[in-house]
Ligand binder design. Structure first.
Ligand SMILES: [Zn+2]
Length: 114
């Protein structure tokens, strides 16, 4: 487990996450398919928003269990609360400093089709 700092594109939202890059996922749900991000997971307590909380917008669909957060200004999806494991978050690895996405080996996970 390592600590990383991340941000949305416009930089309003800055956060830190403690995660393990050995395990990453690519979800096939209707939203993740469009977003195309490789996701790193963390426990809720290991994700901290340092600034820009007021710019976070939450989006839900289907079962309305997962909470997808994105920046109101630049539209970048930064992280989401997992539908099946609500005590965990998935973080958009592309938002993190110091991570080369080419070194990740994402596992395909099955998500909501609606
Ligand atoms: Zn932004």
């Amino acid at each position: 487990m390592e600590n990383y700092q991340g941000s949305c594109h416009c930089g309003q939202i800055v956060f830190t996450v403690k995660t393990d890059t050995e395990f990453s996922t690519r979800c096939d749900c209707s939203m993740c398919r469009r977003r195309g991000a490789i996701i790193l997971r963390c426990k809720q307590d290991n994700l901290k928003t340092l600034s820009g909380e007021e710019h976070l917008q939450m989006y839900q669909f289907g079962a309305n269990k997962a909470e997808h957060y994105f920046c109101k200004q630049c539209g970048i999806h930064v992280f989401y609360r997992l539908r099946k494991l609500p005590e965990q978050f998935g973080v958009n690895s592309g938002c993190l400093d110091g991570i080369d996405q080419n070194t990740l080996s994402p596992v395909l996970t099955k998500g909501s089709k609606t």
